[in-house]
Design a protein around this ligand. Structure first.
Ligand SMILES: CC(C)(COP(=O)(O)OP(=O)(O)OC[C@H]1O[C@@H](n2cnc3c(N)ncnc32)[C@H](O)[C@@H]1OP(=O)(O)O)[C@@H](O)C(=O)NCCC(=O)NCCS
Length: 182
């Protein structure tokens, strides 16, 4: 089981009793934040497998001061070997803007490069998601372009996605500057 402990944040497996909370968060989330559409059975399976890197990827809870505040995933299905995509969500707006997102991302990215033989880690968000873009930039991800209309939007249409990537070389160059975040 993968558990990662940082200065303020702990990443640990999701628990079966957290199903309802995760399901309501999924229902509330903007379509661009939770672009994959999957049902309750798949959510249950994700929770059961949480903490283990599967063919799909790795899902972990984000805990701060002992409370569940969000979840983070590294997915690798349909990506070349050695490439991981990252998704993150803090459930409650009151928990955002406190540095938890940056710390959680740094911890998972470090794990992927140091322990899971990642060659590249990537992620993307809508152009107006200033907090997510700032997390990527602060950690040293490189902005790589815009995938037009890539994300499903709430109105049933599409939304542009700004892509960010970090190669192993990038990581080696920035990881020692992450002392504030881990
Ligand atoms: C995106 C998210 C994970 C970022 O995590 P966070 O803990 O809120 O972010 P942090 O507190 O670590 O802040 C990171 C940076 O963004 C800045 N920031 C935070 N909220 C911001 C906002 N609303 N507008 C502009 N900048 C913001 C912070 O000042 C910080 O920048 P700095 O290091 O230069 O000071 C979190 O806000 C969230 O879950 N949002 C909703 C779901 C979502 O959008 N997920 C991503 C989908 S792709």
């Amino acid at each position: 089981m993968i558990v990662l402990a940082g200065a303020r944040v702990r990443l640990r497996p999701l628990r079966s009793e957290e199903f309802d909370m995760l399901r309501s968060a999924r229902e509330r989330a903007d379509a661009t934040v939770s672009p994959g559409s999957f049902g309750d059975d798949e959510l249950r399976e994700r929770i059961e497998q949480s903490g283990t890197l599967t063919g799909w990827g790795l899902a972990l809870a984000i805990e701060a001061d002992g409370d569940l505040v969000g979840h983070i995933q590294a997915y690798r299905a349909q990506l070349p070997r050695g490439v991981f995509g990252i998704g993150i969500e803090l459930f409650d707006p009151d928990h955002r803007g406190k540095g938890y997102g940056t710390e959680a991302m740094a911890m998972l990215v470090r794990h992927l490069f140091d322990r899971e033989e990642a060659r590249r880690v990537e992620g993307g968000t809508t152009p107006d998601n200033a907090a997510m873009r700032r997390v990527f930039e602060r950690l040293g991800f490189v902005e790589e372009g815009v995938q037009r209309q890539f994300l499903p939007a709430a109105d049933g249409g599409g939304a542009d996605c700004v892509m960010y990537g970090m190669t192993r070389n990038d990581y080696e160059g920035v990881k020692d500057q992450w002392t504030r975040t881990s």
